[in-house]
Design a protein around this ligand. Sequence first.
Ligand code: AMP
Length: 560
Amino acid sequence: MLTADAESEGLDRDFWQQEAQQLHWQHPFEQVVEFVESGPRRRWFSEGKTNLCFNALDRHLALRADRCAIIHRDFCGETHQLSYRELWQQVNALSSLMTEWGIRQGDRVLIALPMTPLAAVAMLACARLGAIHVVVYSSITSEALAQRIQACTPALFLHHSDSRGRESLPTIPSTAENMRVVDTASAAYVQQLALHMDRHVPCVWLSSSEPSHILFTSGTSGVPKGIVRDTGGYAVALLASLRHLFHLADDEVFFTSADVGWVTGHSYGIYAPLLAGLTTVMCESSAVNAPGQNWWHMVAELGITRMLTIAGAIRLARRQGPPRASLTSLRTLYLAGEPLDESTETWVRDVMAVSCENHYWQTESGWPLLAGQGTKLSAVFSRSVEVINPLNGEASPEGETGMLIIKNTLGPGAMLTLWQDDTQHDQRYWLQHRGQWCYATHDCAIKQDSVIVIQGRMDDVINIGGKRLATAEVENALSGLPGMVEVVANRTPHPLLGEMVALFVVTEALTSTQQALLKQEIRKRLVERCGRHALPRRIHFRYQLPKTFSGKFLRRMLLD
Ligand code: AMP
């Protein structure tokens, strides 16, 4: 039980003290959590020393060395397996080679590798040496790559020049100072690595709050920010989430569809399943591995028990009709990363016949902040959440849109700070509310009957003559309209009202008469569900909509 004080803080020290016992600590921690100076930054399990790689690999060797750690579905659709022992050997070999290259604790290592086990090996080798990995999506644009190199000044850049079905690869800047560039597709790399194959490299024991990685946000909400995450807090949080939120058993085969360059890929594609000694599926993106029937066949063939993806992927999969493979192995489908619409959730439940959970989180949080069924979400564990009016900081009345805040702490495993920018971290994300630090999610939400409904980013709100309408509200209202595949709501200027709704719609193959009918249906539905002010000024039909690499709509590219 929480004490009254701890409860209002959203903290359960006893719970986290206990969960931390699931890990190996080379040196025990003294305090569960403490403020850095007077806040808002926190340190978890300070004084404790541990290592992510040791906990994800070495710790399992005694009992599960032969268990499959990674199932790799390559870009041709072929399947390969790697046991915990094999993964440990490969990580040691690369750690040894990286040591020869002079990589030390605290150095940044930039990783742009395809979704093959090598990406996991590289991350774990960094963790072993105490180097900070900065993984980017391997088909990142040249411009974004240059920006990340400038921001985090890596000592080493690992990339893979063989396209492996990827459409485009970035240009590698030749000018970055003191950065060793290694092409893991080159014969030279393969030969060098072979010389280190039987080496054993001891783990570097890190203080719990030392950074394990930097992850740049996807940029859906502005300029990418370098999120810095710790070591011990991250490991404890991920393991606790698997036990108490995902309720995983010991036999799970976990498939996270996101690339390792995204937070879901980091947390539930690599670290969480390996920390728990389970099997994870790494799937290279290509036509043969696209959402839809190929995924369902993969679930059946590999016996996948849990799957974590984005609602947009399920909407794509739906276009191919009901699954034509048995999904009996699949225990739960987790959807995270964007609002979950009613019709997608109903389809998962009724047509896939699989239970579905909605998880709300941010790159900043590292793991889910809220979870629930459909759109009705509640705080995960003891977090204390509130919806406030962002103008005056007062709690929003039930049913009224405001900003979601998390009181006091995001919990272990969340960002420590922004890379070399404590000031921006403190000012952008944290506010003082009644003498307490509160994390501003910058997401609109409504609180109703003790549940939270997320409506979208604060800057995704349309102001129609003073009436505020979240784009997610409009999109939700339209979900499930026959003939419509995807819809994005956006703002368009209006001389009198200031702004009005503009819609971008992807449909099934429709004649122009059917399109005209759909427009009528859209208008009728919006008036019924959101009110007359939601009537769109324009409705554009599109063949497809611009998305980030991680599959989220790029609204700013759709400004009318
Ligand atoms: P990112 O950090 O780029 O992964 O994006 C995080 C943002 O995605 C959040 O701030 C929300 O706006 C959105 N998001 C994530 N999960 C959900 C969810 N389950 N429902 C609604 N929006 C979500």
